[in-house]
Design a protein around this ligand. Structure first.
Ligand code: CAO
Length: 435
C-alpha cells in the first residue's frame, strides 16, 4: 500500500514553508518518526518526520520547493518492507481512500484544517494528529520565544499590514486579548488623529545603503527565514522593552569544586554537570522567590501575568543561529535531571532534532557565553519574558577576604537584563545578589 505523507498543520499563521533539504530518497527504508525533509518556515527550521514505516517510493519535493500544508512530501510503500507499523491519519489516506483533503486538493484549494480527523484507514497505535499538534504548538512557540506572537487572525494581521500598522502595538479587545479588525481600525484612526505614531518601531528600518561597489568587491546572500525572524524579533524586543542590565560577580570557587566532584555521578545519569545546568537550578529557585521575574506583561490590558510554573530557556549556539530550547518545570527537577535536560536539548538543537514545541513556553532565559570567553555582555530580553541572565567566563581573581589578605578565587561574571517596565533596579540587584 502506498501511503502519502503530507505536510501536517504547522501553526495558526503558518501554512507553508521552503524545503531546505531532502533527507531520504526513493528506495530508502524509513521508520515512523524518521525525518524526511528539513523545512524552513518564517518561524523556524525543523525536520518533518514520517508517519509511516516502509520503503520510500517517491519524494515529489526538492530543495527550494515551496510546500503548503497538505502537500505530499513523500510516498511510502508500507508493504515493501517486512514489518510495517504505519500510524496513519486522515492526512495520510490509504490508496483508494478519498478524504476531504483529497477533494479540496484536487480542486486546487488549500486543504482545510477541519478536514483533519475524519478518516482513519487502520487502527492506530499512536496518534499522528498529536504530532501535528506538537508541530503546530511548537512553531507558535518559536515565534513566542523570539518575540513575534500577537493573538490575531491572519485576516487581522493582513489588515494591519495593509494599513502599515505594526500589529504588536495594537491593544486587543477580544477574548484573551485577541486583536480584532475593529481594534486595528481604531488604532488607525488614532494615528490619523495624532494620538499614536504609525509603524512605531520598525524592526529593520529601510534606510538606503551606500553603493558598496565604490569601495571594493562584495557579494549578497539571502537571509534565511530564521535569521529574518531573529532580526525582526530582536529589534522589536529592543525597541519595545526598556532594557537595563545589572552586572555582578559570584565567587564560585567551592561550587566549581563540587561540580568537579559530582561530575562523574551526573554523567552516569546522562548529563554533563556544567555551570549552565547549575545556574538553571539556582535560577529556578530565584524565580520562585522573586515572582516578578517569572512573569509577562500584558500591555494591552495593563495586567501582569505571574506564572505558577518555572520553565527556563537556554540559549544554544548552533550553525543555524541562536535557538532557545526550554527546560520544563525546572523547579521540580534535581541537578542531575536538569543536567541531562540541558545536555539533551542543546544536542537536539545542534543536530536539528529540536521540535518547535520544545522551544516554547519559557519564562526566563539563561545565555552562557562563558565556554567561549568574555567578561560581560548585555543580553536582550526574550519577549514575552521579562528578564534574561547573561553568563560570561569564570576566571581566577585576587579577592580581598580579611585583614590585608587576598585569595585567588574563581569568579563568575553575571549580567541580568530586565524589562524596566516591571522590574525596578533595586529588585534586579536583589535578584542577582541572591543568585
Ligand atoms: N565560565 C567558564 N567556563 C565555562 C563557563 C563559564 N561561564 N561555561 C561553560 N564553561 C566551560 C564548561 O565547563 C566546559 O568546559 P570543559 O569542556 O572543560 O568541561 C566548556 O566551557 C564548554 O561548555 P559547554 O558548552 O559544553 O556546556 P555548558 O553547559 O556550559 O553550555 C550551552 C551549554 C548550550 C549554554 C553552550 O554550549 C552554548 O551554546 N553557549 C552559547 C550561548 C549563546 O550563544 N548565547 C548568546 C545568545 S545572545 O544573548
Amino acid at each position: 500500500m502506498i501511503v502519502e505523507i503530507r505536510l501536517p498543520e504547522i501553526s495558526e499563521n503558518v501554512d507553508a514553508g521552503d524545503v531546505v533539504k531532502v533527507l531520504v530518497g526513493a528506495g530508502d527504508r524509513v521508520e515512523v518518526d524518521q525525518s524526511l525533509i528539513e523545512l524552513e518556515t518564517e518561524k523556524a527550521v525543523f525536520e518533518v518526520p514520517s508517519t509511516a514505516a516502509g520503503v520510500i517510493s517517491e519524494v515529489p519535493v526538492k530543495p527550494g520547493d515551496s510546500v503548503k500544508v497538505g502537500d505530499v512530501i513523500a510516498r511510502v510503500d508500507t508493504e515493501a518492507g517486512a514489518a510495517v507499523t504505519a500510524k496513519e491519519t486522515a492526512k495520510q489516506p490509504a490508496a483508494g481512500t478519498k478524504t476531504a483533503q483529497d477533494s479540496s486538493a484536487s480542486g486546487g484549494a488549500k486543504p482545510a484544517p477541519a478536514a483533519r480527523p475524519p478518516v482513519r484507514p487502520e487502527p492506530v497505535e499512536d496518534d499522528a494528529d498529536a504530532g501535528t499538534e506538537k508541530l503546530r504548538g511548537a512553531v507558535v512557540a518559536v515565534a513566542q520565544e523570539q518575540g513575534a506572537p500577537v493573538p490575531a487572525s491572519p485576516t487581522v494581521r493582513r489588515l494591519a499590514r495593509e494599513l502599515g500598522i505594526e500589529i504588536h502595538r495594537v491593544g486587543g479587545s477580544g477574548p484573551g486579548g485577541r486583536i480584532t479588525s475593529e481594534d486595528v481600525h481604531k488604532f488607525a484612526k488614532s494615528i490619523i488623529s495624532g494620538a499614536a505614531s504609525s509603524t512605531s518601531t520598525p524592526a529593520s528600518p529601510a534606510r538606503s545603503l551606500p553603493d558598496f561597489a565604490r569601495f571594493g568587491e562584495f557579494e549578497r546572500t539571502p537571509m534565511s527565514k530564521v535569521r529574518q525572524l531573529t532580526s525582526h524579533n530582536l529589534a522589536a524586543a529592543w525597541n519595545t522593552i526598556p532594557h537595563v542590565t545589572q552586572h555582578d560577580e559570584a565567587d564560585i570557587t567551592s561550587l566549581d569544586a563540587a561540580r568537579q566532584r559530582y561530575a562523574a555521578r551526573v554523567e552516569a545519569a546522562g548529563g554533563k554537570l556544567t555551570m549552565t545546568s547549575i545556574l538553571v537550578k539556582v535560577c529556578a529557585s530565584a524565580l520562585k522567590k522573586f515572582p516578578d521575574f517569572n512573569a509577562s506583561i500584558d500591555a494591552g490590558r495593563n495586567e501582569i501575568i505571574h506564572k505558577r510554573y518555572v520553565n527556563i530557556g537556554i540559549a544554544v549556539d548552533t550553525d543555524r543561529g541562536l535557538l532557545v530550547p526550554v527546560v520544563r518545570d525546572a523547579d521540580r527537577k534535581n541537578i542531575a535531571q536538569l543536567s541531562a535536560d540541558v545536555t539533551q536539548l542543546a544536542d537536539k538543537a545542534r543536530h536539528k532534532k529540536i521540535m518547535p514545541d520544545e522551544m516554547e513556553g519559557g519564562n526566563f532565559t539563561i545565555s552562557n557565553l562563558g565556554g567561549i570567553g568574555g567578561v560581560g555582555f548585555t543580553p536582550i530580553v526574550n519577549w514575552p519574558e521579562v528578564a534574561i541572565l547573561g553568563v560570561s567566563r569564570a576566571s581566577m581573581k585576587p579577592v580581598y577576604v580579611a585583614g590585608d589578605r587576598f585569595e585567588p578565587r574563581l569568579v563568575l561574571p553575571l549580567s541580568l537584563s530586565y524589562d524596566h517596565r516591571l522590574i525596578d533596579g533595586a529588585a534586579a540587584a536583589r535578584f542577582l545578589r541572591w543568585v
